[in-house]
Ligand binder design. Structure first.
Ligand code: FAD
Length: 293
């Protein structure tokens, strides 16, 4: 398959062991020849320096361009501008611009309130340097006043300068296609790449889904529950469900797939293999850029 935007999202590791895992994961995923790796950003200060370190490590050691995320919650304008300069110095030319989740007790104290404010600031400060991705929600953001307002919010982000969007994960392809229809009605024509969460661990998936408002359809939840602690059956069923989802999305015209890896290679790699996304290139290796000539 050609022309598809394939990307893999990582979180910044907190331990030495985690750093080694991320390097190994990135090495394995290089074989898919993704357009980019992305690294999440901790709203409220938790993993901000970790993001920069992880971006630096991946930029130096991987041939795949690295896209940092940046959220505006809990950041001053000055801190955002400094972070943008750091990302530019690291060679990043693409960025995922987000509001971030407001940590409990923080209130609405940020200088920039919404992701659209951040997109505007990035454009003002750096012109066209960055390709800007923003978040989109086929099942709608939990704090959106209405479904229509949430689509309108994406339009505002695009008008502020976003080039494309990556969605929150979902397991109902109709939610995505319906969202695209609503976007088209609102004259939003940027690529909207579905975010794909492989199903690997039921407990983790439930926790994430409750936190971000992504729906696990009842039939999937019930089947997963029935496997109890049988990890192999959960993974086999999860692989089949998510493979079928990806197939439906791609055959329906999705412009690519963005995988939430949780820093694990195997679930995303298995999907990529089944979907025929692996180019017939030799296995990728993490190598110092300088040694590539
Ligand atoms: P916004 O687009 O600002 O929207 C937030 C809410 O405000 C929505 O309900 C929207 O409808 C509403 N809204 C927007 N503008 C207005 C307005 N003018 N008036 C009233 N309501 C308005 N979080 C992190 O902390 N770090 C990450 O690295 C990260 N990466 C992510 C990557 C992807 C692909 C996705 C989909 C999410 C990611 N998130 C991340 C989660 C994200 O930060 C949260 O979902 C957050 O709650 C909303 O961020 P946003 O950028 O969508 O916010």
């Amino acid at each position: 398959m050609t022309g598809l935007v394939t990307s893999f999202e990582f979180f910044p590791p907190k331990t030495e062991e985690g750093k080694i895992t991320l390097q190994k994961t990135a090495t394995q995923l290089v074989t898919v020849h993704p357009q980019f790796f992305s690294v999440t950003f901790g709203a409220g200060g938790s993993t901000q320096t970790g993001t920069i370190e992880a971006v630096e490590m991946l930029q130096q050691k991987s041939p795949v361009p690295v896209t940092p995320h940046l959220s505006c919650v809990g950041m001053s304008r000055q801190q955002i501008l400094e972070t943008l300069i750091t990302y530019q110095k690291l060679g990043a030319t693409r960025i995922v611009a987000l509001r971030g989740d407001i940590p409990s007790g923080m209130g609405q104290s940020s200088e920039l309130r919404y992701a659209s404010d951040l997109v505007k600031l990035i454009r003002e400060a750096t012109g066209q340097h960055f390709h800007i991705d923003v978040a989109a929600y086929p099942e709608f953001h939990p704090q959106a006043e209405s479904a229509y307002d949430d689509v309108l919010n994406l339009k505002i982000k695009v008008e502020a300068g976003a080039n494309s969007a990556i969605t929150q994960y979902f397991y109902n392809p109709d939610a995505y296609f319906n969202f695209l229809d609503e976007c088209a009605k609102c004259q939003i024509f940027v690529p909207i790449v579905p975010g794909i969460m492989p199903i690997n661990c039921f407990a983790k998936l439930t926790r994430f889904s409750d936190a971000c408002g992504a729906e696990i359809p009842r039939w999937i939840r019930k089947r997963l529950e029935s496997f109890r602690d049988d990890a192999a059956s959960i993974q086999a069923f999860g692989l089949e469900v998510v493979y079928n989802l990806c197939q439906r999305l791609l055959s329906g015209g999705a412009p690519g797939l963005h995988f939430y890896t949780l820093n694990q290679a195997e679930p995303s790699l298995n999907l990529a293999k089944m979907l025929g996304l692996l180019a017939a290139a030799p296995a990728g290796k993490l190598v110092e850029r300088s040694s590539q000539g």
